[in-house]
Design a protein around this ligand. Structure first.
Ligand code: HEC
Length: 191
């Protein structure tokens, strides 16, 4: 009994010591000065280089294949740190919040769970950056409270989109009442 108590105490002390050590470090994750800017001065967007490590998974979509077996595409959506929590609290995304949608071609096969499609070849990314005040009015990639761009896989710093009005907005009209975002697909935005 006594021995167990001792073990407990020393365990707690080690824990304390470790967290104190962590706290005394200047920063657990130093800011990388060389990290490329997500949005440059003229409003050009790039795919955030660290979204897979730092962003939060929001949800995924499976686009059914025409032959009735599995899915032909999978879309996996991530949000920048804190964006989902602010959405839950305030009902809208904060300025600068960034959403990344990966678009994958799939491969479908028989698994022990049934006929299953999995993400295979990455086709590219859709990226949206929240800008409630519409501060990039002369840039045709910005409007309706967002910056909008598509990037082919392998070119995360070179958007191919020329006009969000012609290439994005029409398809997002069904989600207009939720600030153009298809929020129903994202469980972590629900209260
Ligand atoms: C063919 C119609 C279509 C076009 C064109 C389109 N979108 Fe979407 N987008 C959708 C739909 C539908 C969803 C949610 C369901 C899905 O992914 O299949 C979506 C989801 C997204 C998401 C995830 C957040 C959300 O709204 O749910 C982002 C980010 C996004 N689109 C950005 C863009 C950008 C940027 C463009 C233009 C470069 C664009 N989209 C063009 C239909 C479209």
């Amino acid at each position: 009994m006594y021995r167990r108590y001792l073990l407990h105490v020393s365990g707690a002390l080690t824990l304390l010591a470790t967290s104190a050590g962590l706290l005394s470090q200047p920063s657990a994750q130093p800011i990388d000065q060389k990290k490329p800017q997500l949005v440059d001065e003229s409003g050009n967007i790039r795919v955030p280089s660290d979204y897979r490590e730092r962003y939060r998974f929001l949800g995924s979509w499976a686009v059914a294949s025409e032959n009735g077996r599995g899915s032909k595409e999978m879309h996996v959506v991530y949000a920048s740190p804190g964006a989902a929590q602010t959405y839950r609290n305030e009902g809208s995304f904060p300025d600068g919040a960034t959403l990344v949608k990966e678009v994958y071609e799939t491969s479908t096969g028989e698994f022990t769970t049934g006929t299953v499609s999995r993400a295979d070849h990455l086709k590219g990314w859709f990226v949206m950056v929240r800008d409630a005040g519409n501060t990039h009015q002369d840039n045709p990639l910005w409007g309706e409270g967002w910056g909008w761009s598509w990037f082919d896989a392998g070119q995360p710093d070179k958007a191919t989109t020329v006009s969000y009005r012609d290439e994005c907005l029409g398809c997002h009209v069904p989600a207009r009442s939720t600030n153009w975002i298809y929020v129903d697909g994202y469980p972590s935005l629900r209260k």
